[in-house]
Design a protein. Structure first.
Lengths: 315, 450
C-alpha cells in the first residue's frame, strides 16, 4: 500500500435519526501515513461519522472502504479509537484493563505485555501497572486510554480530542508519540479536535463538517490559502482618501489603521482582491497612486479559517 | 494478529465481569463470611446458653395442698414424685406456705411458684424469680406442674387411673403421603419451598441489579463506546449476562457447599458435646447410642429434611436461577441502556419486576394449595416459573411439569434476550434523550435498527 492509497474511503455515507440528518451524504478519504484533522462545531456530525468508521453504527446509505476492501467488523482490530467521552472500568487495575482491550482486539497476551511495558516507559507511567483505575487523576487516565488505543499498533488511529484534560507537558508527550506513530510506523491518523493550534501544528489534511455537511476539505496549506480569498495587507504613505477613491470597486477594503513613521503618516490597510487581480497587478496599479512601503498576502490561521467557514456556511 | 471470534470475545467479556466481581470485598464477605457468621452466631448462642446455664432451685408454695402430702419426717413432699424427674439443673422443694424473699434467699432458692386451687380453673400460677430461669427450665416447670395437676384431675374426677387415662387419650395427627411416591409430605416441606423461592427471588433481583448497574456504569462513564469499537453490542450484552450470572452461580455453589460443611460440622460438634447425651437421656435412650441424623429424624419439624432430594433441589435451583436470571437480567440490561443514572431506572424497573414480585407473593398461597390451578399455572408461566416451581418442588412435582416449565422458560428467555439486545444496541449509545415506548417497541421488532 503506497502513500497515495486511501486507507479510508467514504462514498456518500449518510445517517439520519428520525427527521434529524446527522450526516448528509459524505465523500472523503484518508491517505496512508498522513494526519487528517476532522473539524467542525459541536453537532456537526463528526461523532456520527467516526462511529460509522469504527463500526459502532452503520450508515443508512453509501459505503465505506477500509484498507482497500469494503468495511467490515474484520477490520476493527486494525483500528484504534479514542472517543472524546471515554472512561475506564473502575474496578480494574491499570495493566489488567489495557490488556483486556488488547485481548478484545486479538492481541496475544505475551505480546501485549511486552508492548505495554514499552509504552509504560515511553509515557513515563512506570509503577502504575497494578494501580487501581479509581486512583488515577484525569490526566493519568488520559494517558492510559491513549495506550489502550495504540497498544495493538493500529493501521488507522482515530483520536477524538486526545489532549483534553492533559497539562501542556503531557499534551506534548502524547503529541510527539502520535507523530512518531505516523512518521515512523506509517500509521494513518484521524484527529478530531477543536484545538486549531494543534491542527496547524500536526495535520496534513483537514475535513470540516458543519450541520452534517462537508464544508471544507483538502491539505492544510491549500485550505488556508483558499480561505485567504485574495486578502493582502498593504502599508503605504500618501493620501488615504485618494487611494480609496482610486481603488473604487477594484477591491474590497476590509480594514484601515494609521501610524506615524519618522514624521510621515503611514496607512495600513487589509484588502480583498478579486479573482484575476493578484498581488503583482495590484502593486503595478498601487505604485502609481501611493508610496507602497510593504505588501504581503494575509495568511489565515486555522482558527480564522474555521470561523470564516462556519460563518459562510451558516445562512 | 487476527480478531477474536464472536465466542472468544464473548468469553473475554464474561471473564472480566466475573473476575472483577468475585474479588470484590462485598462478594467475599457475603459469600464466605455470611453463612459462617450466621452459623457462628447460632452456635455461639447455643454455646453461650450451655456455659451460662445455672442451676434452678424452685420452691413450690402449694397453698391448697394440691400437689403435696406430709412425708415421714414431717416435711411436705409431692404425692407424685414421678411428675418431677431428676434433672441436673432443676430441683424442686415443696411447702404449704409462701416464703418471703429473705427466706428464699437464705435457703438458696432462685425462684418460687405459688399456687392454690384456683389453678384448676385458671391454669395459671405465679413464678416469682430472684434470678431469671432459662426458658428451657421454665418449660420443664410448666410441663411438670401440668402433668401433676392432670393426674390430680384424673384421680379425682374420673374413675380410672392415670395410665388408663393416658391410654384412652387420643391425639389425631394427619400424615400426608404423596399417592404416587408414597412419600411423607409435611407443612415444613412447603416452608422449605418458600425459603427456596425467597432465595431465588433474592438471587434474581440481586444479580439482575448487578447487570443494571454494570450497564449504567459503562454507559455513564462512556467506556461503552471504546468497547463497542471492538465488539458487537450483542457480544457485550451476552458476555455481561454470562459473567454476572456465573458470579451468582458461584455464590450459590459456595453457599451450598458451605452449608453442607457447616451442617455436618454442627452435627459432629453436637455428637461430641454433652447436649447429645442429655438429649438421649430425655428420650430414655442410652447416652452414646444416638447420632445427629437420628436427632433430626426424631423431630417432627425436621424429619422431612432427610426426605428431600437435595441434589435435585439444588440442580433445579441452579437451572431455574440461570434461566430466571437471564430472562430478567436481559430486561434490566435493556432498561440500564436507556438511562444514564440508576435513579432514572427505578420507575422503568417496576413494571418489569411486577411478575417476579407477584410470583413471590403467590408463593405463600402455593404452600397452602400446591396443586391449585393458579400455583400450577404460575409454575409454567416463564416469568413466574423460577419462583413458583421452587415452592412446589419440595412437595413433589411430576417430572414432566419441571421439564415443560424449563423448556418454556428456555424458549422465552432466548426470545427476550434477542429483543432486549435489539433495543440495547441502539439505546446504549443514546445520550440526553430517553426513548419513548413506541420507539422501544419499534427497535424490538426491527432486525437492524442501528
Amino acid at each position: 500500500m503506497t502513500a497515495s492509497t486511501p486507507i479510508l474511503h467514504a462514498r456518500g455515507v449518510a445517517k439520519t435519526y428520525g427527521a434529524h440528518v446527522a450526516l448528509a451524504p459524505l465523500d472523503m478519504e484518508a491517505r496512508k501515513g498522513r494526519i487528517l484533522g476532522l473539524l467542525g462545531p459541536n453537532g456537526a456530525g463528526k461523532t456520527t461519522f467516526l462511529r460509522m468508521v469504527t463500526g459502532i453504527t452503520q450508515p443508512d446509505t453509501g459505503g465505506l472502504t477500509l484498507f482497500g476492501a469494503p468495511a467490515s467488523r474484520a477490520h476493527l482490530h486494525r483500528m484504534g479509537y479514542l472517543p472524546e467521552e471515554r472512561g475506564l472500568y473502575k474496578g480494574m487495575r491499570v495493566a489488567e484493563q489495557v490488556l483486556y482491550f488488547a485481548a478484545l482486539r486479538g492481541m496475544a497476551r505475551p505480546e501485549a505485555e511486552r508492548a505495554l511495558k514499552a509504552w509504560f516507559e515511553r509515557l513515563q507511567v512506570d509503577g502504575w501497572w497494578n494501580r487501581e483505575v479509581s486512583d488515577l487523576s484525569k490526566g493519568m487516565a488520559q494517558k492510559i486510554q491513549f495506550i489502550a488505543t495504540v497498544l495493538h499498533r493500529p493501521d488507522l488511529l482515530i483520536l477524538d480530542e486526545p489532549f483534553s484534560g492533559l497539562d501542556p507537558i503531557n499534551a506534548a508527550l502524547i503529541r510527539d508519540e502520535m507523530l512518531r506513530l505516523v512518521r515512523e510506523e506509517g500509521t494513518t491518523l484521524m484527529l478530531s479536535t477543536h484545538n486549531m493550534g494543534s491542527v496547524e501544528a500536526v495535520c496534513d489534511d483537514v475535513l470540516m463538517l458543519h450541520r452534517g455537511k462537508k464544508v471544507l476539505s483538502g491539505g492544510v496549506n491549500e485550505v488556508r490559502e483558499a480561505a485567504r480569498r485574495g486578502r493582502i495587507r498593504v502599508s503605504f504613505a500618501g493620501n488615504f482618501m485618494t487611494f480609496v477613491a482610486e481603488l473604487g470597486a477594484r477591491a474590497e477594503l476590509l480594514s484601515h489603521a494609521t501610524r506615524t513613521e519618522a514624521g510621515t503618516e503611514v496607512h495600513e490597510v487589509e484588502l480583498a482582491l478579486p479573482d484575476g487581480w493578484g498581488m503583482a497587478p495590484f502593486l503595478a496599479w498601487a505604485v502609481g497612486h501611493v508610496e507602497v512601503r510593504e505588501a504581503v498576502p494575509v495568511r489565515l490561521s486555522m482558527e480564522e479559517v474555521f470561523v470564516q467557514t462556519v460563518e459562510t456556511a451558516t445562512p | 494478529m487476527n480478531p477474536p471470534s464472536f465466542w472468544t470475545a464473548w468469553g473475554l467479556i464474561a471473564r472480566r465481569e466475573y473476575v472483577t466481581r468475585i474479588r470484590r470485598r462485598a462478594f467475599l464477605v457475603a459469600t464466605f463470611l455470611g453463612p459462617v457468621l450466621l452459623v457462628g452466631v447460632v452456635a455461639g448462642l447455643v454455646l453461650l446458653n450451655q456455659t451460662t446455664e445455672k442451676e434452678v432451685k424452685v420452691y413450690v408454695a402449694d397453698l391448697s395442698g394440691l400437689l403435696t402430702v406430709e412425708g415421714p419426717d414431717g416435711s411436705w413432699v409431692p404425692w407424685c414424685p414421678a411428675c418431677y424427674p431428676e434433672r441436673a439443673l432443676l430441683t424442686y422443694r415443696f411447702g404449704r406456705e409462701s416464703l418471703d424473699q429473705d427466706a428464699l434467699k437464705a435457703q438458696g432458692f432462685t425462684c418460687t411458684v405459688a399456687l392454690d386451687d384456683g389453678i384448676l380453673q385458671s391454669e395459671k400460677a405465679q413464678l416469682l424469680q430472684l434470678e431469671s430461669p432459662p426458658l428451657s427450665a421454665k418449660r420443664w416447670m410448666e410441663r411438670d406442674l401440668s402433668q401433676a395437676l392432670e393426674r390430680l384431675k384424673v384421680r379425682e374426677q374420673l374413675d380410672v387411673n392415670y395410665e388408663a387415662y393416658l391410654a384412652l387419650k387420643t391425639d389425631v395427627r394427619l400424615v400426608a403421603l404423596d399417592m404416587e411416591t408414597q412419600k411423607r409430605q409435611s407443612d415444613e416441606q412447603g416452608a422449605l419451598g418458600f425459603l427456596f423461592s425467597a432465595f431465588m427471588f433474592a438471587f434474581v433481583m440481586v444479580y439482575g441489579m448487578h447487570v443494571l448497574r454494570g450497564v449504567i456504569e459503562e454507559k455513564s462513564n462512556r467506556i461503552v463506546e471504546v468497547v463497542l469499537s471492538t465488539v458487537q453490542p450483542t457480544q457485550l450484552l451476552l458476555g455481561k449476562l454470562a459473567g454476572i450470572g456465573a458470579v451468582g452461580l458461584t455464590q450459590m455453589a459456595i453457599w451450598s457447599v458451605l452449608s453442607w460443611v457447616l451442617f455436618s460440622g454442627m452435627g459432629l460438634w453436637l455428637e461430641q458435646s454433652a447436649w447429645m447425651d442429655s438429649w438421649a437421656n430425655a428420650q430414655g435412650l442410652a447416652p452414646g447410642t444416638v447420632d445427629f441424623e437420628s436427632v433430626v429424624a426424631s423431630q417432627a419439624e425436621l424429619a422431612f429434611l432427610l426426605d428431600i432430594h437435595w441434589g435435585v433441589m439444588l440442580g433445579c435451583g441452579m437451572v431455574y436461577f440461570v434461566l430466571g436470571y437471564a430472562l430478567y437480567a436481559a430486561f434490566f440490561a435493556m432498561i440500564g441502556s436507556m438511562v444514564e443514572q440508576e435513579a432514572d431506572a427505578q420507575y422503568l424497573l417496576l413494571p418489569v419486576m411486577l411478575p417476579l414480585i407477584f410470583s413471590y407473593a403467590l408463593a405463600s398461597m402455593t404452600i397452602e394449595a400446591p396443586e391449585s390451578t393458579l400455583a400450577v399455572a404460575s409454575s409454567f408461566i416463564p416469568f413466574s416459573a423460577p419462583i413458583s416451581m421452587m415452592v412446589r418442588l419440595p412437595m413433589g412435582v411430576p417430572w414432566w411439569h419441571v421439564a415443560a416449565s424449563m423448556a418454556l422458560l428456555v424458549v422465552t428467555t432466548a426470545g427476550l434476550i434477542v429483543l432486549a439486545a435489539r433495543v440495547y444496541r441502539v439505546t446504549i449509545l443514546m445520550t440526553g434523550k430517553r426513548p419513548t415506548l413506541r420507539e422501544v417497541m419499534r427497535w424490538m421488532f426491527q432486525a437492524n435498527p442501528s
